[in-house]
Write a protein that binds this ligand. Structure first.
Ligand code: ADP
Length: 815
């Protein structure tokens, strides 16, 4: 064919049927186009209809004037003869088309004639050779398809080893992988002809010694030449003899990934006599290079899929800082599609200075150090800013990959944690300051109580005794105030702080609050003024005790923090009224030391005092304002402060109260609910009988002596059981029971329940008894405790330590 081309300048091909078995035509990669097929329409015209086909055609990118003629042997068409001439070169050589068509058809006819004389034998040889080539092509096509069809690479390899093994009709095909040492080969995939019953070779090792190692590594499967070690070669056979376990007749082809040998395919044949044919070695080479491609794609694919599926943002940039690739995670975070990112580049997501840093700082540094870490802020499509920790490093092709961890939430959390920690530390500092203050605050009145008591005991004249006892009373009240504050605070912290609404009169409430601080104000010669605006209604339903507590607290702070001769004022005005609910505004102002703006933010917090120095100078627990704030909030209002350091303070708070339009209360009940109880008159309860159930002797003694003058007959029971027995023994003789709650043997709740059951049983039995009022007398003062008392059948409740006025009030109510 080549000689023909040399002489005529024409391309020539012999087709067996429609397959090119010999040709001078080169494909795009410059290889002979052997094994390819003729166009169907030509094959049909020439092979089936036995016509000549002439025309012009494009083959492998070149346009040819062509002529296809049938090749006949003994009257049968066995193939085609092709001649073609490159039209461009004709035009360049200025010869006419006619000349070339004449030449081609003439040559075609001449060669066709010549073939008639070619012996059938030669053609048969060609026929069987090309049939094998065809089958080999089909095999390779199937192998390629197999590699495309599955994802389990091991399965695919084993299956294709089988396909090649069966095609070559040999006992086994093994795939050995090169170990890390660079020469030990381990069998990891195999196909063994099942008919032969051979043992598996998986895991079997084969060292690849020099010079075989260098020799096999030097093969280049893509060179177009066959690349295998073959036992056909005596040198190879001898060198490998010690390592071959079973078959001595073999070919071994290397598999490369990116130019590095990674594995060897070992094809073994049983009979040592048969040599490996050229087509065997070319098939082995072809198979090895197909496997190389598959492995390379696999490695690439894995890399790509890792990057593509990574939940972490990954960007690739070129050396100039142009964005080349952004993975889907980057799109998801930034809100830009990958196409937008590709066209818009880093300009889309980086601010001006960050962009400058990327180009001038980070990229040069990455090239210098190989890998660097830095933080950058990106701006997403929706304007959101996100903080990234970027690890950038050099990758193939002179590019830079940047793996970006989104730190936004973590950093925000970190900041919040630090803030929370600071707050917790400050709270804990405030708490421990509070405890030491508290200890001081409680010891001071205790000290006074103990000291003044012993002075009173020793005092010889009554005046001194009275003075000391007044001080004891004052200190005890102060101590009680602290204890109440602590209790309130613990209620607030346990979410048990609730209001108890009753009818009350605002004017009396204000008087009562002022009366608590009046003494102190008088001592310091404060000028005091109170102004209740005319339109403020007087009667309400609400928790008068708690409201008094807030006003008292503010007033006593004002008295405490205002130097002598200062001014203190209380103002009450209407802030509004809706559906019978009045919003009242209270102002307590003073011309005292004032509070700095920073401290103003803190003083309503639990345990906080404006300055730690304040405590030492002025005393206090730091609880009052926190409690006041809570009370005001429960009453539907707010508290605020307006203060100038050194000039004075003004506390303003609002509360919502239900207006009371009950006239009868206004006329008759006002006095009673004002909180002022007049002292009991001598002999006021003469002849009435009280049962006092109390286990602690001193408590009994106090009550007995306090009530001594009233003429009340008091019988004692030391626990619940005794109380029950006394009632049962003489049930109609008692008018009232004061019942302690915690007592040995039987507590107050149990005793009350039994007394009530006893009363009920007596009535049922026909000897009716009057229901004796039972009043709890206890230090358990939470709302729950009071509810428990009432549920057990008690009628009222008095808190300990006893306030004698309250005791009188209750006696009057029930006797
Ligand atoms: P306490 O007075 O028992 O320490 P409070 O909660 O009532 O607790 O007050 C907290 C702090 O607020 C006080 O320690 C003081 O520093 C500051 N404060 C409260 N009222 C006034 C006021 N009228 N003038 C100046 N400082 C005040």
């Amino acid at each position: 064919m080549d000689r023909f081309k040399g002489r005529t300048g024409c391309e020539a091909t012999i087709f067996l049927k429609d397959v090119r078995i010999s040709t001078t035509i080169l494909d795009e990669s410059g290889r002979r186009a052997n094994g390819t097929k003729a166009f169907d329409f030509i094959a049909e015209a020439v092979l089936e209809q036995q016509l000549d086909y002439t025309g012009n055609l494009e083959l492998y990118g070149k346009r040819y004037g062509v002529c296809y003629s049938p090749l006949m042997i003994e009257g049968e068409v066995i193939g085609m003869l092709f001649t073609g001439v490159d039209i461009v070169s004709i035009l360049e050589s200025h010869r006419s088309m006619n000349y070339w068509s004449l030449i081609t058809s003439l040559v075609g006819v001449t060669i066709a004639m010549a073939f008639i004389f070619i012996s059938g034998k030669i053609l048969n040889k060609y026929a069987s050779l090309s049939e094998r080539q065809l089958n080999q092509q089909i095999l390779m096509a199937n192998i390629s398809r197999r590699f495309l069809s599955d994802t389990d690479i091991d399965l695919m390899i084993t299956d294709t080893l089988r396909m090649v093994g069966e095609f070559l009709n040999i006992p086994q095909v093994l795939l050995f992988w090169l170990g890390d040492d660079g020469f030990t080969m381990t069998c990891r995939n195999e196909w063994i002809n099942p008919k032969l019953g051979l043992a598996s070779r998986i895991g079997g090792k084969m060292p690849l010694k020099e010079p075989m190692l260098s020799m096999i590594k030097s093969f280049r499967p893509d060179s177009g030449e066959d690349a295998c070690l073959s036992s056909n070669d005596e040198v190879v056979k001898k060198a490998m003899a010690p390592y071959r376990v079973s078959f001595k007749n073999y070919i071994a082809t290397p598999v490369f990934i990116k130019g590095e040998m990674c594995a060897v395919i070992d094809f073994s044949r049983e009979d040592s006599g048969t040599k490996w044919s050229e087509s065997d070695t070319s098939l082995a080479t072809l198979f090895a290079s197909t496997l190389s491609g598959v492995f390379e794609r696999e490695a690439m694919g894995r890399k790509t899929s890792v990057v593509e599926n990574s939940p972490i943002m990954i960007f690739y940039s070129d050396a100039k800082g142009n964005l080349v690739y952004a993975n889907p995670a980057a799109s998801a975070v930034t809100g830009y599609t990958s196409a937008e990112l590709k066209t818009g580049g880093f300009n889309l997501i980086l601010g001006e200075s960050d962009l400058r840093d990327v180009k001038n700082l980070y990229i040069p540094q990455t090239f210098k150090k190989g890998m660097i870490k830095h933080e950058t802020v990106i701006i997403c499509k929706d304007g959101q800013r996100r903080l990234l920790e970027v690890t950038s490093f050099i990758v193939e092709g002179g590019m830079i990959a940047a793996i970006c961890m989104d730190l936004t939430e973590t950093r925000a959390l970190e900041t919040e944690l630090i803030k929370a920690k600071d707050n917790a530390e400050q709270a804990s500092r405030a708490k421990s300051d509070f405890l030491s203050n508290m200890s001081h605050e409680m010891r001071t009145p205790m000290n006074a109580i103990i000291g003044m008591t012993s002075i009173a005991k020793k005092a010889e004249n009554n005046e001194r005794k009275d003075y000391a006892l007044n001080k004891v009373e004052e200190s005890s009240k102060h101590l009680l105030g602290i204890i109440n504050d602590v209790l309130d605070m613990s209620k607030i912290e346990a979410n048990k702080f609730e209001l108890t609404p009753v009818e009350f009169d605002l004017r009396s409430l204000l008087q009562k609050a002022v009366s608590f601080v009046r003494l102190r104000m008088e001592e310091k010669q404060h000028r005091f003024s109170m102004n209740v605006e005319n339109n403020v209604p007087l009667f309400y339903i609400g928790d008068d005790q708690r409201l008094t507590q807030v006003i008292t607290n503010l007033l006593s702070n004002a008295a405490k923090f205002t130097p002598e001769d200062g001014e203190i004022g209380v103002k009450v005005s209407m802030a509004g009224e809706k559906d019978g609910i009045c919003e009242l505004c209270f102002e307590v102002s003073d011309s005292g030391i004032g509070i700095s703006p920073e401290q103003q933010e803190k003083i309503f917090n639990i345990f906080e005092q404006a300055e730690s120095g304040t405590t030492r100078k002025y005393g206090g627990t730091g609880l009052g304002l926190a409690i006041s704030k809570r009370i005001v909030e429960l009453m539907g209002g707010q508290i605020s402060i307006d203060s100038d350091l050194g000039k004075g303070s003004r506390f303003i708070f609002t509360v919502k109260l239900l207006r009371d339009k009950n006239d009868s209360f206004q006329q008759s009940g006002g006095e009673n609910t004002s909180g002022f109880s007049s002292a009991a008159r001598k002999g006021e309860f003469a002849g009435r009988k009280l049962l006092l159930a109390e286990d602690i002797e001193i408590n009994r003694e106090i009550l007995v002596s306090l009530l001594d003058e009233t003429g009340l007959i008091i019988e004692i029971a030391e626990n619940g059981r005794e109380a029950l027995e006394k009632i049962a023994a003489d049930f109609n003789s008692f008018d009232l029971i004061f019942m302690d709650m915690q007592m040995p043997e039987m507590d107050g709740l149990e005793a009350t329940k039994r007394i009530r059951t006893f009363e009920a049983n007596m009535s049922k039995m026909g000897s009716p008894v009057k229901r004796i009022p039972i009043i709890a007398m206890t230090a358990n003062v939470f709302k729950d405790d009071i509810e428990n008392c009432l549920a057990a059948g008690m009628d009222d409740h008095i808190g300990k330590p006893l306030d004698i006025d309250t005791v009188y009030e209750k006696l009057r109510k029930f006797l």
